[in-house]
Design a protein around this ligand. Structure first.
Ligand code: NAD
Length: 361
């Protein structure tokens, strides 16, 4: 056994169908009186429910939720928290809502209770992100880590199938990169391998059309619970280990305006193919969890679930690769495969075209 540091902070997790109704109880448990609710209008259903249930504890609301948290949006949310003299931020939504809640916590040190409605995993990390122009800045600060996470699989029912597939692959990407993370304690790959297995099995069932197939009654709901369990595992390892080239590329492409989860879905197979020869132990675990060559299996999963499999599909201009490579090379990540310009351009070329990666011999 090699020496290691295990530094994993986990929020209190409340998991199960219908647990949205427990948010007021959880707020009371924290001893708070004045809640700022952060919930976008598209997530208005559960946001409304929580607002009603909070009753007089609801001191303010922010519904301007924008992906990658533009600094101006964050500043307005911080102001809303101060105006309302809140003592807890409750976020209801995907990574964008969670991210906005974290931006408020970063400035105010308010605790955050997160109710995720996608599989993004932000609710389990001390990582915040803010965007100014085409540059996204991220940092780690324990103050932004939510203290309670309420996972209610019923909230995933409204997620369109293509968004669910992409978001699930986002969670899978956390697991894949955790398998070769340089600072992972021995527990991290164990959790990550389970995450790969659970997500790969659940996502096809989550996106299955109940009207078209032979889905048994109740199965979709179980699939969502399974996928959300996988998202918890993915978020856990995302918070516990340093991510590599895949997350770096997704971060850069996000700054250029590409949608977060879809970028993860489109890139994962190609980065995995590039890293495979340099990370044999990680790939053995991934292959065990996926039941096949990891890069090809991840591409097949994206394809089968209707997630994007190429950057061209997401509108990346063919001549953008040079700029993307420059931005990555400004601060290259620690990664199994050496990160140089030639390798980056080759990877981006494959991801732009979208062909299924060939098995590594
Ligand atoms: P998102 O929160 O922007 O949601 C995507 C879309 O789906 C939005 O239009 C949203 O309104 C809608 N939506 C969300 N949940 C829904 C539901 N249940 N039903 C119907 N529609 C729903 O996207 P995301 O992928 O969850 O999060 C992306 C953001 O999170 C990015 O900014 C990314 O950088 C950040 N992120 C941060 C971390 C971290 O550790 N800091 C981790 C993962 C993601």
């Amino acid at each position: 056994m090699r020496p290691f540091v295990h530094d994993l902070t986990s929020p209190r997790v409340v998991f199960g169908p219908g647990t949205l109704s427990q948010v007021p109880e959880e707020a009371d448990r924290l001893g708070v009186r004045r809640v700022l609710l952060v919930a976008g209008t598209r997530d208005g259903g559960p946001g409304e429910q929580v607002a009603r249930a909070l009753g007089e504890r609801l001191a303010g609301r922010v519904s301007e939720v924008v992906m990658h948290v533009p600094v101006a949006v964050a500043a307005r949310a911080v102001e809303a928290a101060r105006q309302a003299a809140t003592d807890l931020v409750v976020t209801v939504g995907g990574g964008s809502a969670t991210g906005l809640g974290k931006a408020v916590a970063l400035e105010t040190a308010l605790p955050v209770l997160a109710v995720p409605t996608t599989f993004a995993g932000s609710e389990l990390t001390p990582v915040w992100g803010l965007t100014e122009g085409d540059r996204k800045t991220t940092g780690r600060d324990p103050v932004v880590m939510p203290c309670v996470v309420v996972y209610d699989p019923d909230l995933l029912a409204s997620l369109p199938a293509d968004v669910a597939a992409a978001s699930g692959l986002n969670a899978l990407a956390h697991c894949i990169e955790a398998l070769y993370a340089p600072d992972a304690s021995p527990l991290v790959p164990v959790i990550a391998e389970e995450g790969v297995r659970v997500l790969a099995a659940a996502l096809p069932r989550v996106v299955a059309d109940p009207g078209a197939g032979d889905v048994r009654p109740g199965e979709l709901s179980d699939a969502r619970s399974d996928a959300l369990y996988g998202a918890w595992l993915g978020g856990t390892v995302l918070g516990a280990a340093t991510m590599g080239l895949h997350h770096k590329l997704a971060h850069v492409l996000g700054g250029l305006g590409l949608p977060h989860a879809q970028v993860h879905a489109a890139l994962l197979a190609y980065v995995t193919a590039v890293n495979a020869p340099f990370a044999p132990e990680a790939m053995a675990r991934a292959a065990r969890a996926l039941g096949a060559d990891p890069a090809g299996a991840l591409w097949d999963l994206a394809h089968a679930t209707g997630a994007p499999t190429s950057l061209a599909q997401l509108g990346l201009a063919p001549d953008a690769a040079g700029r993307v490579a420059d931005l990555v090379l400004e601060a290259p990540p620690v990664n199994p495969a050496p990160v140089d310009r030639e390798r980056l351009l080759a990877l981006l070329d494959s991801a732009q075209r979208g062909d299924r990666p060939a098995p590594i011999q």
